[in-house]
Design a protein around this ligand. Structure first.
Ligand code: HEM
Length: 347
């Protein structure tokens, strides 16, 4: 949570707010978000499950990521190395998971972690972030897609649906290879965008959320978050397909944050009432208050993207600020709900 707060702060500095900051904080915004916060959270989620089966060593992966984030925050040069080691350790965790459950969703998530680790190794080797960011994005996209496959196990996909899914994952991989290891970086980035677009259409077509949105309460809340997230993935895919490789600036901002805030955080907001209790071992009661941070996040992102496209720095900057506010309210609401549920349980 500290890493997320610091990463948001760094993002606000990057978007133009004049705030107190340390030398390298703004530059560590991306790594802190992707590897520091999300890397630790995803690693923890897996470690909790494996530790319950006697594999406590699985905690090494999130511990390394968390230490890497802390070191980066303190400006220590060992930060990127620790974050990279954390991602490599998570591959070991997934090898164990595949050994126990060699199925489509575990393979998908494992490919995601491998992409994250490759991206980190390239970054450690000195590649600039705009060249490794699609490797990191692949990690988050495949982790989420894998989780959706896992949840949909009971409905069973048709052979055609699964074939289409893995073809899209393959297309993403081709894009990554083109943009990283050939002179066709622009085309490679557009291929990655096309794969994101196709994946979003696939998710909109096959995800259970289309059915569960008709149910009340938490189930409906989760489904709404997921569907909104898929729509943002459509937008991100279209922008990336249209604009190709960008190294910085307004287009870069819109392509990345429709994906990271709209899709990834849309998913996190939806899944948090399920993930936090699993990771922390405490119950969490759903409340309609959860709609507050959800609405702010998406409206703010819309404002920001309009600002990016229209070249309106004021809209972009306020959109970014409200994105940060949404993430802060999210943290506060989750902590308060966990506490309330705990107190209720103690009575
Ligand atoms: C409050 C929310 C956020 C704000 C205000 C923010 C702001 C920014 C800004 C201004 C940039 C630079 C864009 C440019 O070159 O003009 C950036 C880059 C980036 N952001 Fe964010 N961001 C936020 C959330 C996120 C999230 C949630 C993630 C990931 C999960 C993320 C990952 C990245 C990455 C990977 C980069 C590229 C970094 C680089 O090239 O150095 N951001 N962000």
């Amino acid at each position: 949570m500290l890493t997320l707060a610091a990463a948001v702060w760094a993002g606000l500095v990057r978007i133009g707010w004049v705030l107190p900051t340390t030398g390298g904080l703004a530059a560590s915004h991306g790594p802190l978000m992707v590897s520091g916060f999300l890397g630790t959270l995803i690693g923890l989620e897996r470690a909790v499950a494996l530790a319950a089966l006697g594999r406590r060593w699985a905690y090494i992966a999130p511990a390394l990521s968390a230490l890497g984030a802390l070191a980066s925050l303190l400006g220590l040069s060992v930060g990127p190395l620790l974050l990279t080691l954390g991602s490599i350790a998570l591959i070991a965790v997934f090898v164990e998971i595949i050994r126990r459950q060699p199925v489509a969703f575990t393979y998908t998530m494992t490919v995601g972690v491998v992409l994250w680790a490759v991206g980190n190794v390239l970054w450690l080797a000195g590649w600039p972030i705009f060249r490794v960011v699609w490797w990191w994005a692949g990690y988050l996209i495949l982790t989420i897609a894998g989780e959706r496959l896992e949840l949909a196990r009971l409905t069973r996909f048709t052979r055609e649906a699964l074939t289409a899914f893995f073809a899209i994952v393959g297309l993403y991989g081709v894009g990554l290879l083109l943009l990283s290891f050939t002179p066709l970086t622009d085309i490679g980035t557009r291929v990655v965008g096309a794969a994101c677009l196709l994946l979003a259409i696939w998710l909109l077509r096959y995800d259970l959320a289309r059915k569960t949105i008709r149910q009340p309460g938490l189930t409906r809340f989760i489904a709404q978050n997921l569907l909104l997230g898929y729509v943002w993935l459509v937008v991100s895919g279209l922008l990336t397909l249209a604009w190709g490789q960008q190294a910085a600036g307004l287009r870069y901002d819109a392509m990345l944050h429709t994906l990271f805030l709209g899709f990834v955080f849309g998913m996190i907001f939806g899944h948090a009432p399920v993930i936090f209790p699993a990771v922390l071992g405490r119950p969490l009661n759903y409340s309609p208050v959860f709609y507050g941070h959800m609405v702010i996040l998406h409206v703010a992102l819309l404002l920001r993207v309009i600002g990016d496209v229209a070249g309106r720095q004021d809209l972009r900057q306020w959109g970014g600020m409200l994105n940060g506010v949404a993430l802060l309210i999210f943290l506060i609401v989750m902590a308060a709900s966990l506490r309330r549920s705990q107190v209720r349980l103690a009575r």
